[in-house]
Design a protein around this ligand. Structure first.
Ligand code: HEC
Length: 412
């Protein structure tokens, strides 16, 4: 998925919003808890204070004050205890703890501060009867509860109500005979009502969280976009790499097939070579066989050549004696090595040498057969009359390569 609202970014934004929302909730709850604890600590302090004042009063079994319009005798006290007279006949009112509590509460109420209310489910003084919201709490105290509190709205103002019980003690007994409910030792209770001036607006917290949430979202979208971009790039280069790997594999495959082809070619060439080698071997064998045959023919020829009764010479076109036989050596008395390989006109000089009568010259000029009578000179000086016959010596192809000369002793 791509675009600014990809799957991941939506998830990230959701998580972020959840985190911000829980921070906001936590802060709000913490604010409420803080408000509660401030309220209850304050209320407890006031309750403690009023209890201390009552304790002071009780310590003295009630306190006498001069009777004024503000402190008339308490008609709910026994007649004989309601007031006394001083030496000058001036009246003093007995101020019992409840009476004093009511007066302090009145002063406080007039100043618009904390409000106190001393009450009971069974009040001696009917005006001390509980407010409707106090009744359930009083009943709860009778069952053993130690304090109660709650926030309430009064004419659009937030009020904190707190209430704690007043147990019946020994010191109460002169004026209160029994507890409110049978089985409990609660005589009544004092409620403390605090106006809540430290109202904290929810908006700064709300807007700061909105701001943080928006900044986070922008950040997530921005960096998420960049992340997505780099992820895309990575994926792209990954694909490229994969392609390259594929290509390399292809090339490798091709190389392997080329190699296999080459091996096949080499194999078939090797086979061919082997075959032609074998053929060559066969040919060489044949050749050797022919050569051997030729050698034996040659041997035979040389034997025939040497055993012939007439002298025989083979001379090439340049007057070189190529071959000489035994009979020729006997005729001239020369050794074979003094004749074979030498020029004819040097090894076996005669009258015809260097003349037009030279048989080789004649043969070279195209004569088919030359017959001449000559005298062979032996090395011992004797002259032997001989008949010389020269014929052309030809290659197998027919080309003239020299001549064959046969010398017959005709001295008989
Ligand atoms: C000297 C007598 C006297 C003593 C001691 C005394 N009271 Fe009272 N109390 C009264 C009288 C009288 C009233 C009713 C008129 C009033 O409000 O003053 C009253 C009222 C009350 C009320 C208000 C409800 C009602 O009945 O009208 C409570 C609660 C109360 N007393 C608790 C106590 C407790 C708890 C003690 C002991 C710790 C105690 N008093 C000690 C005389 C006394």
């Amino acid at each position: 998925m791509s675009g600014p609202f990809s799957h991941y970014r939506i998830t990230a934004v959701t998580i972020w919003l959840l985190a911000v929302a829980s921070s906001w909730t936590w802060n709000t709850v913490d604010n409420i808890r803080e408000k509660n604890s401030i309220a209850i600590v304050t209320a407890r302090a006031f309750y403690g204070q009023i209890l201390a004042s009552r304790q002071w009063n009780l310590m003295h079994g009630g306190v006498y004050v001069y009777s004024t319009a503000l402190s008339p005798p308490n008609q709910f006290l026994p007649k004989d205890k309601q007031f006394i007279l001083d030496e000058k006949g001036k009246r003093l009112t007995l101020m019992n703890p409840s009476y004093m509590t009511r007066q302090i509460a009145e002063i406080s109420r007039q100043k618009g501060l904390v409000r106190f209310h001393i009450t009971s489910l069974t009040p001696l003084r009917p005006e001390n009867k509980p407010y409707p919201w106090e009744v359930p709490w009083l009943e709860a105290f009778a069952r053993g509860s130690h304090e109660s509190s709650s926030f309430a709205d009064e004419d659009g103002k937030e009020i904190f109500h707190y209430m704690a019980p007043l147990p019946l003690q020994e010191s109460c007994k002169p004026c209160h005979s029994a507890a409110t409910t049978a089985g409990s030792n609660i005589r009544g209770a004092i409620s403390v009502s605090l106006p809540i001036p430290f109202h904290k607006s929810v908006w700064p917290l709300f807007f700061s969280h909105i701001f943080v949430a928006l900044t986070g979202i922008v950040g997530i979208l921005f960096f998420g976009g960049r992340l997505a971009q780099s992820r895309k790039n990575i994926l792209k280069s990954n694909t490229r790499l994969e392609q390259e790997v594929e290509e390399r594999k292809e090339t490798e495959k091709e190389l392997i097939s080329i190699k296999e082809n080459l091996e096949q070619i080499v194999d078939s060439r090797t086979r061919e070579l082997r075959r032609s080698n074998e053929a060559l071997d066969a040919e060489i064998e044949e050749q050797q066989r022919i050569e051997a045959a030729l050698v034996s023919i040659n041997d035979e020829f040389i034997q025939i050549f040497n055993t012939a009764p007439d002298g025989m010479l083979v001379i090439d076109l340049d007057f070189n004696i190529i071959r000489v036989n035994h009979a020729q050596c006997l005729l001239t008395g020369k050794d074979i090595k003094d004749i074979q390989g030498h020029k004819c006109y040097e090894a076996l000089p005669g009258k015809l040498c260097h003349t037009d009568q030279c048989p080789l010259k004649q043969i070279r000029n195209g004569t088919k057969r030359v017959e001449i009578e000559i005298h062979c000179i032996h090395t011992d000086g004797t002259e032997i009359p001989c008949m010389v016959t020269a014929t052309p010596f030809k290659e197998p192809g027919g080309a003239l390569t020299g001549m064959i000369q046969v010398t017959r002793d005709v001295s008989d």
